[in-house]
Design a protein around this ligand. Structure first.
Ligand SMILES: Cc1ncc(COP(=O)(O)O)c(C=O)c1O
Length: 378
């Protein structure tokens, strides 16, 4: 291991400069709680950015997905279709509400949910007489899913979409921001995301009532009475006013962060253009990724596996990650039904995410590309 070289993290936070000012204001006003001017400001500014009527600021992206399911009335006895190729946080909330996940495979271009497999699964359920209560649709690594087909199919069957946009804030499909296609869009501001609140999340909807309901559930579902009165299970899922202050500063630099991450992806491509075994995660025409993480797969039959690369990079103090292991392969979801699965399994076998933090220097990008080149050319 090269002890002298600094460790390069996969996707560390990158402050813009104004965050501490908002945090200081919260201290000055003594609003050290889950309400205050930063929570209100963050919700308004996020909704403005997304051109949504309202947003609810929450303690995590996972909480946002959980509340999205509840706001849509998903519960025990319901099925929820879910992208199999994702992080477990997309699927766990389906279990929280007592529903049953049914996993849908990816298609190989965007790596996201395959519209053809989705249609097959919906036809199957229609024939069996019960449609899923919702579709948990994930946009991985910033890449938009094939929204035209997916929206058309789900509208045809009347199944609402929850867009898990945790990794894709600022990404666009033919100019429209992700998170605004579904009944509800959910976001994460975890420390590794394109912008962060240290930990946090949010949800938006074109239907103000859904946002109101989610916020109400996030604040212990107190009934409208002058005393504590509860008729529904509630949660404590509000975002802290301190964290929201960080988020307000971060929102100001979001577009810059997207440009920086996109430049990193292009630079990796350029630096590694001679390595024929690498296939980059390319945007189809009209798809605009925030490039949260720069990812590639190795060509089928490549002598070098993603695990070989991961170990070679780790030896040089560089953190990389394998692509997500699909949900239908997880022991947690053993026995769950899955439509297809081969595409996501293949992506898992061949894919890697490179360090993509927006403050990553050109020298570090070269250092990373160098290790990769050497591994392939050895
Ligand atoms: C696809 C996806 N969904 C959901 C989440 C959950 O977000 P959080 O960590 O804020 O709970 C994450 C990230 O952590 C994610 O990558």
């Amino acid at each position: 291991m090269s002890q002298s070289q600094d460790f390069i993290y996969l996707s560390p936070p990158h402050m813009g400069g104004q965050e501490q000012r908002y945090v200081q204001e919260a201290f000055d006003q003594n609003w050290i709680t889950t309400a205050g001017a930063n929570v209100d400001g963050f919700e308004t500014e996020l909704a403005q950015y997304l051109q949504a009527p309202a947003a609810a600021a929450l303690s995590s992206g996972t909480a946002a997905l959980h509340l999205a399911l509840l706001a849509l009335g998903v519960g025990s006895g319901d099925e929820v279709f879910c992208s199999t190729f994702t992080f477990v946080a997309s699927a766990n909330p389906i279990l929280y509400v007592g529903a049953t996940p049914v996993f849908i495979d990816s298609e190989p271009n965007t790596w996201n949910l395959c519209p053809l497999t989705l249609e097959k699964a919906l036809i199957d359920r229609k024939q069996k007489g019960k449609l899923p209560k919702a579709l948990m649709l994930v946009h991985l690594y910033g890449m938009p899913a094939k929204m035209r087909e997916i929206v058309e199919i789900t509208q045809h069957y009347g199944v609402p979409i929850i867009e898990d946009t945790a990794e894709a804030l600022g990404s666009r499909f033919h100019g429209q921001l992700l998170g605004t296609f579904g009944a509800i869009g959910a976001f994460s501001f975890n420390g590794n995301k394109i912008i962060t609140t240290s930990g946090g999340g949010a949800l938006i909807s074109a239907d103000n009532q859904l946002v109101k309901k989610a916020k109400w559930l996030a604040q212990q579902a107190k009934d409208d009475k002058p005393f504590y009165h509860h008729s529904t299970v509630g949660f404590n899922y509000g975002l802290s006013n301190i964290s929201a202050g960080i988020g307000r500063g971060q929102l100001q630099v979001l577009e810059e962060r997207i440009e920086q991450r996109r430049a990193i992806f292009n630079n990796y491509k350029n630096l590694l253009q001679n390595i024929e075994e690498i296939e980059w995660h390319e945007e189809p025409k009209g798809f605009f990724s925030n490039r949260w993480l720069s990812c590639f797969t190795t060509k089928k039959g490549s002598k070098i596996s993603p695990e070989d690369l991961r170990l070679a990079l780790l030896k040089e103090n560089i953190e990389v990650r394998r692509l997500w292991q699909p949900m239908h392969r997880q022991p947690l979801f053993q026995g769950a039904e899955s439509f297809g699965g081969e595409v996501s399994e293949d992506l898992f076998a061949r894919g890697l995410c490179l360090p993509s933090g927006s403050a990553l220097s050109l020298t570090d990008q070269e250092r990373i590309a160098d290790v990769i080149s050497k591994a392939f050319l050895a």
